[in-house]
Design a protein around this ligand. Structure first.
Ligand code: PMP
Length: 437
């Protein structure tokens, strides 16, 4: 073992004594790819640096928030200034409205916004609100979609639940699980059948605007609009979960690539990640008639000591103000280049794969060349064993990928030519490692 590896190993050994699995979020543990997780001590632009001083090109970007790259000067400056005014007041601030305005200007149908601290809180509140508004109990979700770790939505969930091959989570009561109908993604017939049978009792459909937690899956054209029409035909709501895609795949998230052109909006959206630029902020928003059912105007209770935290608001405002059309054009172009380079390397190594995309988000799925991936069953059936060797080869070459085949690759505005060249140089050996797995 080299001297540089030992510091990471030492931190990991200590962390395992102190925290379950040594981590505070499961996928970080490298469970599906093997090996010891890297302990990151610093990040800058498109790079992260581990405890041993090794610098990696970062394709995780904090799982989405680092849209402009790490330590973007405008965000750093805004955060430092906010810190100097005080960390938290437990009272309303002008910046909360400023951030809400920025969101409403970009995303159609956001009359009102409620700030919360995590994506999980946003989806949890959206589901409660939909139930309170409709007076109904059931919620439809799709297998392989991840909406955070609220009890009712962990069944057949993506992200870490998929990585660990769990059907759901222990600790969720049967009664709670029975209130969630889990359907296959992209399957209109299954949705029609579920509504034919349970339509009177369904409060909402919740869907990732474009799934990115079973790897990326492209919604079939018009699929989200179909969900809205079906929900509304039965008096139910559509919740579009844009926690991961929001302000990342376009200025207005995946809705900006679909609903905006098609001329419709969902009843509720959830946002997270990019909206907080790396500080813990998330939000739900949507139609005034529904949103005003939240306390204090309505009967659905929701609250938060740190909601609308002033430092997080400052970060989010600086992020959205600097997330210009050029930023999205840059990330789109880098994503296309990287997909091409990945395809070339895998082709040269003779690997069977498909690249799944949703705007600038993408992931690779091995052994799926024939049919791609349209749902969770196909995502699970892929040759996921090829990802570990691929991942570790990339890591050895200084590229930090998501440590699971079920996660999207994240780029940022800071991924410049030098960073991209490092990734391109690393791909051929990684493709050969995947081929011989
Ligand atoms: N929804 C989606 C689509 C997500 O990708 C995530 C997190 N990856 C969440 C909700 C939950 O967000 P958080 O981790 O901030 O609770």
């Amino acid at each position: 073992m080299s001297a540089t590896q030992s510091q990471n190993e030492a931190y990991y050994a200590t962390a395992q004594q102190l925290m379950p699995g040594g981590v505070n979020s499961p996928v970080r543990a490298f469970g599906s790819v093997g090996g010891s997780p890297r302990f990151i001590v610093e990040a800058d632009g498109p790079y992260v640096t581990d405890a041993d001083g090794r610098r990696y090109v970062d394709l995780v970007c904090s799982w989405g928030p680092a849209l402009l790259g790490h330590r973007h000067p405008a965000i750093q400056e805004a955060v430092h200034a906010a810190v100097d005014r005080g960390l938290s007041f437990g009272a309303s601030t002008p910046d909360e409205s400023r951030l809400a305005q920025l969101v409403a200007q970009r995303v159609g149908g956001v009359d009102r916004l409620r700030m919360v601290s995590t994506g999980t809180e946003a989806t949890m509140t959206a589901v409660r609100l939909a139930r309170g508004y409709t007076g109904r109990d059931l919620v439809v979700k799709f297998a392989g979609c991840y909406h955070g770790h609220l009890d009712g939505l962990l069944a057949a969930a993506g992200s870490g639940v998929a990585t660990m091959s769990l059907p759901g989570s222990a600790g969720v009561t049967a009664a709670t699980a029975a209130e969630t109908l889990v359907l296959p993604y992209n399957d209109r017939a299954a949705i029609e059948a579920a509504f034919a049978e349970h339509g009177q009792n369904i409060a909402a459909i919740i869907t990732e605007s474009a799934p990115a937690n079973m790897g990326v899956v492209t919604p079939e054209p018009g699929f989200n609009r179909f969900l809205k029409e079906t929900a509304h035909a039965h008096g139910a709501l559509l919740i579009l979960d844009e926690v991961l895609t929001g302000f990342r795949v376009s200025d207005a998230g995946y809705w900006g690539l679909s609903g905006r052109q098609e001329g419709w909006t969902p009843d509720l959206y959830t946002f997270g990640k990019v909206i907080g630029a790396g500080l813990p902020t998330a939000a739900l928003g949507g139609r005034a008639a529904v949103m005003d059912y939240l306390a204090p105007t309505g009967p659905v209770y929701q609250a938060g000591t740190l909601s609308g935290n002033p430092v997080a608001m400052a970060a989010g405002i600086a992020q959205l103000e600097n997330a210009t059309a050029d930023v999205y054009a840059h990330i789109d172009a880098r994503s296309a280049e990287l997909q091409r380079a990945l395809a070339d390397a895998l082709d040269a190594a003779g690997v069977d794969y498909s690249i799944q995309t949703a705007g600038n988000l993408f992931s690779v799925a091995f052994g799926t060349r024939e049919h791609g991936v349209r749902d969770y069953a196909q995502a699970q059936a892929q040759e996921s064993f090829r990802y570990g060797p691929f991942f570790h080869s990339m890591l050895e070459s200084g590229v930090y990928l998501p440590p699971s085949v079920f996660e999207a690759w994240f780029l940022s505005a800071a991924h410049d030519d030098a960073a991209m060249e490092r990734i391109f140089a690393a791909l051929p050996a990684a493709a050969r490692a995947a081929a011989s797995a």
